[in-house]
Design a binder for this molecule. Sequence first.
Ligand code: SAH
Ligand code: SF4
Length: 485
Amino acid sequence: MSIESTVSLKRLYIETVGCQMNVLDSEMVVASLRKDGYSITQDPKEADTILFNTCSVREHAEEKAYHNLFHLKQLKLKHPEKIIGVIGCMAQKDQRAIFERVPYVDLVVGPGQLQQIPSLLKRISAGEGKQMAVSLDRKEGSADEIKRSHETFDPLRDPEMRPSPGQAYIRIQIGCDKFCTYCIVPLTRGPEQGRSPSHIVAEAKVLADQGCKEITLLGQTVNSYRYREAGKVTRLSDLLVELNEVEGIERIKFVTNYPKDMTRDLLEAVRDLPKCSPYFHVPAQSGSDAVLKRMKRGYTTADYYEMMDRIREIIPLATVASDFIVGFCGETEEEFQGTMELVRRCRFKNSFIFQYSERAGTKGAEIYPDDVPAAVKKRRNQDLLQVQDAICLEDNLPFLGRTVEVLVEGPSKWSMRRHEEGPAIQMTGRTRCDRIVVWNGNSRQAGHLLNVHVDDVSAFTLLGSVETFEAMPDLFQLSMTQSQR
Ligand code: SAH
Ligand code: SF4
């Protein structure tokens, strides 16, 4: 018998869409399946198990997932032994309906039950039929029972699954209790729960040992993080102090922030701790008080402007990014102009702009009609993007001729699309303030910190060349005028 036939040779194909939480979940699923003898393949046709890690935030993402599943029909007909699974938020939301809509799906697992995947796959292989593991609905049990059913599993980390060798995500909080009226996340990911600081710090040490230089702490409202233990409350600012001590970690980021919880203690921690990146992703969602109220966001535009002033006062050179939903129920032209004004005034480093997508099960879907026509949503999306892009370009221009410190992520998407190889390929990385930089380099640079001289800029990127001499540490030393309003 050959050596190969004595070990399990199962192959896994996994496709991930959605937020950073999903990227991290997939890394953990892969780590647990590798322990069971799986290897990864990039080709679904070669795989024994095909998993789709899905997103439910907008309808478009779900339709794409179903489209991908329908595409597998021929493959499954020819190879009925292949296991097809839907995991993540759409699995939690649609549950058994997935088996009805796509009868050849074998496995449905919600984001709070991913630790069960290895045993469920064994059951399917043993002929026990379709398997499903989902968490309790938010009204299906006591608060504790619901929380426990959403707990994610032990942090098995798999460096090979990470998009970039020098960077990793750490979950510090799961779920969300904000219940913004448009949002499905509190239903798919369950109640907000902070993770123990000792577990988080231990995980950061494991990641540093694996060669990771940058950690990004994840939570739906990450700056609302609280952990109570033995009468002591740990806030995000306290956690940052502990993480700043971890040897080998050089940059710490955290996403996504909730405007109301961008407190002074947190901003001062970021200012005073050398490893914390002066970059904040704090979605505003709208620049109209009436819309914010219908969204149940819990703050007004005045609160948001006040928060921006606080950030500028404490960390003058910090960059801020935002998310916006255009065309939310009942949004008038005047209300939309409020959003345009907010973007002009706040000068975000970048904004993610989404057209409102009604989600069944949310309060918004129940009480407000989705009445802004698709064409109007599209136009508002374009208008807002245009304003944001102009700001991006204006704020990138002062970097021309400067040198920035970059953490190298790897080959750029452009070079991957062109299958570039060889001594010089286009590489990409980010500055401490999260600006994207590209240059001609080589893949050995991935995971390292480099000084890059900026030769050209666009709205989205700084284009540069690698400095061969020791230069100023990074853009954070740029003068005030360059990144301010
Ligand atoms: N927890 C994060 C965001 C999670 S969802 C936060 O609160 O900031 C990511 C983004 O998707 C949101 O910021 C919002 O802009 C967008 N989004 C959420 N629900 C949406 C919906 N129903 N339609 C369109 N965009 C939506
Ligand atoms: Fe969704 Fe609001 Fe929670 Fe963010 S804060 S995950 S937008 S409910």
